[in-house]
Ligand binder design. Sequence first.
Ligand code: THU
Length: 131
Amino acid sequence: MDKLNLLEKAKEIRERAYVPYSKFPVGAALLTKSGKLYLGCNIENAAYPVSLCAERVAIFKAISDGETEFEQLAVVADTDRPVSPCGSCRQVMSEFFDKKMEVHIGNLKNDLKTMTTEELLPYSFGPNDLT
Ligand code: THU
């Protein structure tokens, strides 16, 4: 699947976002190396910090399904520039994605920017730091 198709999948799931507080829907589409697609949207809560970003919903769905090998992720929101994933999502990406894995960030105008996990979170804290 190419990055524009992945972006379209992220746009589709964005429609399911539950965002009564921010009114800022986000969609994410995660492709595994085996070709499976996991979609996520942001889901908010009246207790605001409990809310979860679209990227982490997609990643946690995949991990809970036993997937560990990932190919690409696309994220989309209605932003002027390609949407910038939050710091918590970057940390979760660095836990589960290869340093060189491509993350496509985009917006509804199809501005698309591709960054690696490492570019999104350089010098990240990870499992090796705990040994
Ligand atoms: N949000 C995401 O889902 N992903 C991002 O990359 C940026 C922010 C969500 C969190 C919250 O539900 C809303 O967007 C506003 O911050």
